[in-house]
Ligand binder design. Structure first.
Ligand SMILES: [Zn+2]
Length: 181
């Protein structure tokens, strides 16, 4: 036996290596499938653990995330764009939050996402002033600084630029119709 081994040492080594390599791939595949299954079955636990880890290593993690974002600006932009497209209601709610943060009072009749969608439809998904279809915003006809609320009757669709240009003047573009200014 020993003699046989000595004689075929190289050949045996080669077999062993081949076997190992084949097995390695199989083990890798299996562990990949396993971890995928594990992740999908334990989403909540994983999320909590990640959150805990983040809170326990906040400084280090914030730095790591900031560095990663700086290196992957385009990816971050694309992700944000995709996220906004997938989550229009969240985007709408964030816009309302901006108004509240600026001091706009909340009422029980504040515009809902469904009402906003209807308003967009009525305005032809365009800015009522310039006709742009880009970056459409919730414009308050009577600004909150002049006593206006975020209710449907006080809202018009304006693009970002026209909204900023209007400042806190009271201009109702709904009656003028698109393109008359
Ligand atoms: Zn505009």
């Amino acid at each position: 036996m020993r003699e046989y081994y000595e004689k075929n040492k190289e050949k045996l080594r080669l077999y062993a290596r081949e076997y190992y390599n084949e097995n390695k791939e199989m083990v890798k595949r299996k562990s990949k499938i396993y971890s995928k299954e594990y992740r999908s079955k334990n989403q909540d636990i994983i999320r909590i653990r990640k959150r805990e880890y983040y809170l326990n290593n906040k400084e280090k993690e914030d730095k790591r995330i900031a560095e990663w974002r700086a290196r992957n600006l385009e990816r971050v932009k694309e992700y944000t764009r995709n996220w906004k497209e997938r989550n229009p209601e969240n985007v709408f709610n964030d816009r309302l939050l901006v108004h509240y943060r600026r001091g706009c009072p909340k009422t029980v009749n504040d515009i809902t996402y469904i009402e906003w969608l209807k308003l967009l439809e009525v305005s032809g998904k365009k800015c009522l002033r310039c006709g742009s279809t880009e970056k459409l915003t919730i414009d308050m006809i009577v600004p909150h600084s002049k006593g206006g609320f975020l209710v449907l009757d006080n809202i018009q669709v304006l693009c970002n630029r026209c909204n900023a240009g209007k400042r806190n003047r009271i201009v109702d573009y709904r009656s003028l119709g698109h393109g008359n200014i």
